[in-house]
Design a protein around this ligand. Structure first.
Ligand SMILES: *Cc1c(COP(=O)(O)O)cnc(C)c1O
Length: 406
């Protein structure tokens, strides 16, 4: 383990692992085991009593998973981290840890679909209420906070319109009022944004996305400012609810993390070029990209994100049928939800990721029937552009009359 702090690009490769402790193995070993043997009965007793360090059973801890947790702690600059079997297992573990019956949650206007489902379930079953609040100013934020508000839960950028929340502002109001802040940092990855540095108490990721980066694993990661709190979550909502990560998935994620910085640089380079291309196209009504100078959150993106990221949403200048026909004409770009993979992916939020959101609410969030979301991949940006271009010309040929003026 490198004890002294190194730069991000170095830490994603080295933090949390010392090959000398593992027979010189360059790659972290995969401890594919469910349990651990004790030398003697008394040793088992000491381990269970917490009088001796050491592994007991893999739901309570595993060496491969621990390397990943230590690496995440270093790169998000927290006190400790926990790995989960999915992003949603991380979301539910932190919310069940922070909340009890009768509490209230203040959320950003727009959260991941299943997080929305979880909040609804918590309201129905445990009387934990929530409000999708206007977090654009201190005043509007304070209005949404009630005496029983026990957590502020934020996503930024907000999917799919890429509106940003000023994390420094939100965290300063929350800390005045002594309310913990949880940030879902999936869209940025730790390379583009570090909420703990801006005052958040918890940061979580769907590791399925940029951290894994290869579309072959489902996982979640939670990092907290406090090591003690991570210990408490490990021994409560993680141990007892049981949403742990498998050793093999941790191994894949350690491999994914090594290239996070170089991958993200390419995702961002490609996205900037594709955004410029889409913005000038006559079949595109508008784009949502934090790196676009006309985006309402452009200033916040300059302040809190290292780069504007790899996701772009845009409205087709036409109808829902044209938007879907456009998707069907794409050859290189794949139709799929998820994001952050090497492959460029496109999805239709109104009928896919946000289909559970009632139509009125959805429209209020800017999710129209012509909106598409692109996760820009690692291919040559010219090939991505050429594919978009050929699909645009196909829909232009087949439906020239329904194109409205821009
Ligand atoms: C995908 C995603 C999740 C859920 O993660 P899973 O790994 O699919 O459980 C949570 N938040 C955001 C922003 C996501 O994109």
């Amino acid at each position: 383990m490198l004890n002294d702090k190194k730069r991000f690009e170095t830490e994603v490769i080295h933090s949390g692992y010392d090959s000398k402790k593992y027979e010189g193995s360059l790659a972290p070993p995969l401890f594919q085991t469910s349990t651990y043997t004790f030398d003697q009965a008394a040793q088992g007793e000491r381990r269970f009593a917490g009088d001796e360090e050491g592994y007991i059973y893999s739901r309570l801890g595993n060496p491969t998973v621990k390397i990943l947790e230590d690496r995440m702690t270093a790169i998000e600059q927290g006190g400790g981290a926990l790995a989960f079997g999915s992003g949603m297992a991380a979301v539910s573990a932190v919310l069940f840890y922070l909340l009890k019956s009768g509490d209230h949650v203040v959320c950003s206007k727009g959260v991941y679909g299943c997080t929305f489902g979880l909040l609804e379930m918590m309201e129905e079953k445990f009387a934990i209420t929530h409000e999708f609040a206007d977090l654009s100013s201190k005043e509007s934020m304070k209005k949404s906070i009630l005496p029983n508000t026990a957590c502020i839960y934020v996503e930024t950028p907000i999917n799919p319109t890429m509106e940003l929340i000023d994390l420094e502002m939100v965290c300063s109001v929350a800390s005045e009022m002594d309310i913990p802040v949880v940030v879902d940092n999936t869209f940025c990855s730790p390379y583009l944004q570090n909420p703990l540095k801006m005052g958040a108490d918890f940061v979580l990721h769907s590791a399925t996305k940029y951290i894994g980066g290869h579309g072959d694993v489902i996982g979640g990661l939670l990092v907290a400012k406090s090591a003690e709190v991570i210990g408490e979550i490990r021994m409560t909502t993680q141990k007892d609810i049981g949403g742990i990560m498998s050793p093999f998935d941790a191994w894949l994620l350690l491999r994914g993390l090594k290239t996070l910085a170089v991958r993200l640089d390419r995702h961002c380079d490609n996205a900037e070029k594709i955004a410029d291309y889409l913005k000038q196209h006559s079949l595109v009504r508008n784009i949502y990209f934090p790196g676009d100078k006309d985006h309402p959150s452009y200033e916040i993106s300059r302040k809190q994100m290292n780069r504007p990221g790899g996701l772009i949403s845009f409205n087709i200048n036409g109808t829902k049928e044209m938007a879907q026909a456009f998707m069907d004409e794409l050859k290189l770009v794949k139709i799929a939800v998820s994001l952050g993979d090497a492959e460029t992916l496109i999805q239709h939020p109104a009928t896919m990721t946000h289909s559970v959101v009632p139509e009125e609410t959805r429209k209020g969030m800017g999710i129209t029937d012509t909106l598409l979301r692109l996760s820009v991949g690692l291919e040559s940006w010219e090939d991505i552009k050429d594919d978009l271009e050929q699909a645009f010309s196909k829909i232009e040929e087949s439906a020239p009359l329904i194109i409205e003026s821009k």
